[in-house]
Design a protein around this ligand. Structure first.
Ligand code: SF4
Length: 217
């Protein structure tokens, strides 16, 4: 049975696909920010093997960073919850924080194909993780997305005023009282966990094929 949250609560990854333009349905993030215990679509996602793959990648990175002389903090040790003056809460959990001689690197490990949202996720971590965090005090922080076969470095300079403003605007909109636009599409609804008993606009079937033969060319 759907329950209304006492305060808007946003998980970082609900924002990053919207920031990257990889998702369009803002209502999905807005609804989850304001509600919990809603009807969910049973998922056929293989969480067990994803978790195993992800844990292996995090463990391998941890070993490498330890060998390189870093002090390494992983997952739950990096969990944060930032409560804005608006009352909106934003939470996240970077996979790795590695520290060596006042240099800090925030890493997130990804087992899937690279996406722009992966880099934006690390940028949000760079913005929020250091807030009132003694472990990050006086650190020069940068970021990195680690894939199975490559890594993408994210310099601190990417955390510019334009990005901060886009992030804050989206947090205000997703955490605000006004419901955001619903943009149903097969490509998004199929991955969305909000059941059609809650979202009546949910698209449950793929669209007819867009393929057609023509003698125009
Ligand atoms: S089911 Fe589709 S339309 Fe409904 S919230 Fe999810 S993505 Fe948006």
């Amino acid at each position: 049975m759907t329950e209304t949250r006492s305060e808007p609560y946003i998980w970082v990854t609900w924002l990053t696909k919207l920031l990257a333009g990889e998702s369009q349905c803002e209502w999905s993030a807005w609804f989850r920010a304001h509600h919990t215990a809603y009807d969910k679509v049973p998922s056929d996602f293989d969480l067990a093997s994803w978790t195993m793959d992800h844990n292996e990648l995090v463990a391998a990175r941890r070993e490498q960073l330890l060998e390189d002389g870093y002090e390494v903090f992983i997952e739950d040790e990096n969990a944060f919850k930032r409560i804005g003056s608006t009352g909106i809460i934003v939470s996240g959990k970077p996979d790795i924080l590695a520290i060596r001689e006042r240099i800090g690197v925030v890493e997130d490990c990804k087992t899937g194909r690279p996406r722009a949202s992966d880099q934006l996720q690390v940028l949000v971590y760079l913005l929020l993780l250091p807030i009132r965090n003694p472990r990050c005090a006086n650190l020069s922080l940068s970021g990195r997305v680690v894939y199975k076969t490559k890594a993408v470095d994210i310099p601190a300079s990417a955390l510019d005023g334009a990005f901060r403003q886009r992030f804050v605007d989206l947090v205000h909109r997703v955490g605000g009282e006004t419901p955001l636009a619903k943009l149903p599409s097969w490509s998004e609804c199929r991955w969305c966990d909000i059941a059609s008993t809650v979202c009546l606009a949910r698209v449950t079937e793929p669209p007819p094929s867009a393929e057609a033969e023509t003698d125009l060319f």
